[in-house]
Design a protein around this ligand. Structure first.
Ligand SMILES: Nc1ncnc2c1ncn2[C@@H]1O[C@H](COP(=O)(O)OP(=O)(O)OP(=O)(O)O)[C@@H](O)[C@H]1O
Length: 354
């Protein structure tokens, strides 16, 4: 895989809109945080210490032990431009933290981009597995196998009483964050979302936006993840999230059916208006784009819009972000120019349909 592919193509394989319940769930993710025993956490490490952590972890990928994942790409963040790092954040392959703050940060990426292993982020090692649709158990299965391979070669910081030790106390224990990215427009339109999200937080789950911690839930996309990492087994964390997400999926599907049976003209009008605007507008800011693309996604799944694929909508989620637009058009764009190029890109992608 060339560097060209992972920064030039907006769509990772796990965003193809396939997988179970992909009418509601965009993607499932598990990430595992680990650290090397007797090494300061990245934030406290001296440059030569974080360099040694990076080399040690990159060596595991070089050793051939991860060969089952395909031809891995090993990327030192210092070899990337700021724009390339931003694009990787927009593709969910690295965190803003790794892009902006990391010293001796690196990334190990699988060819299909479903596995991205961050080095020297908040912790020495962050293993991330992404799957299309509702496949949280599958994501856990992969992440756990990769974790075992690293554990055979690296002495992890582990405490008998507390479990795996991490830089932030909220990750101590299992070091796992499992999350499901869901599109919940019908719950928003029918006014049920606040009740559901507050019930979800009461059972110990967190709700975040499209880009994780600190990001807003734009375009009716909500990321639901576990908050507790201590005192529960990995299996319990995964199963608890699975159960709650399953209920949310059913609520969303029921709300869609109700919308269609009780308010079809109003919903259809809203969706067709958004389609009209997206296929005609000359200027489109990112907030409006995500809201109207959410309407189109709903329209597709209600059977009110043909000829647009989930894949196209997922691709637009990434390709209309500021970094990606700038990369596509090959120059620094002002906010006004970005709004114009975003509108142009959406018009052309929706015109070609798929
Ligand atoms: N289900 C998911 N599908 C796609 N991307 C996801 C999903 N869940 C999280 N992400 C992405 O992972 C990145 C990090 O998310 P987030 O900040 O929630 O978690 P984290 O970094 O693993 O945890 P921490 O809070 O410990 O830093 C974000 O870019 C977010 O968009």
């Amino acid at each position: 895989m060339s560097k060209r592919k992972y920064v030039k193509q907006p769509l990772s394989e796990w965003m193809k809109g396939e997988g179970p319940d992909s009418d509601v769930v965009i993607s499932s993710r598990v990430r595992i945080a680990r650290n090397i025993r007797s090494m300061p956490f990245p934030m406290m490490a001296e440059p030569q210490q974080s360099q040694s952590v990076m080399e040690q972890l990159l060596d595991v990928a070089e050793s051939g032990r991860l060969n089952g994942l395909g031809q891995l790409e090993r990327i030192r963040l210092s070899d990337l431009t700021e724009l390339e790092k931003l694009v990787l954040v927009e593709k969910h392959l690295i965190s803003p933290n790794l892009a902006n703050e990391s010293r001796n940060g690196a990334l190990i990426l699988s060819p299909n981009e479903a596995i991205s292993i961050m080095i020297n982020e908040e912790d020495h090692l962050r293993i991330q597995c992404l799957c299309s649709g509702f496949q949280i158990r599958q994501a856990w299965d992969w992440a756990s196998k990769i974790d075992d391979i690293f554990e055979e070669q690296v002495d992890y910081a582990f405490d008998e009483k507390h479990g795996y030790l991490t830089s932030c106390p909220t990750n101590v224990g299992t070091g796992i964050r499992a999350s499901v990215m869901m599109h919940l427009p019908a719950l928003v339109i029918t006014g049920q979302i606040n009740r559901i999200l507050s019930a979800v937080t009461q059972v110990g789950l967190a709700v975040r936006g499209l880009y994780g911690e600190g990001s807003e839930a734009a375009g009716n996309l909500f990321q639901v993840s576990n908050q507790i990492t201590l005192g529960q087994s990995e299996q319990e964390i995964i199963e608890n999230l699975h159960q709650v997400a399953r209920q949310m999926i059913e609520h969303e599907k029921a709300a869609r059916t109700k919308l269609l049976s009780e308010s079809r003209p109003r919903v259809e009008d809203r969706i067709r208006r958004s389609f009209g605007i997206l296929t005609q507008a000359m200027i489109m800011d990112s907030k409006e784009a995500s809201q109207r693309l959410s309407d189109i996604r709903l329209g597709v799944h209600l059977g009110l819009i043909d000829d647009v694929k989930d894949q196209t909508l997922n691709e637009l989620l990434v390709s209309t972000q500021p970094g990606f637009l700038q990369q596509t058009y090959g120059e620094a764009l002002s906010p006004e120019q970005r709004d114009m190029t975003r509108a142009e890109l959406i018009r052309s992608r929706l015109a070609t349909g798929s």
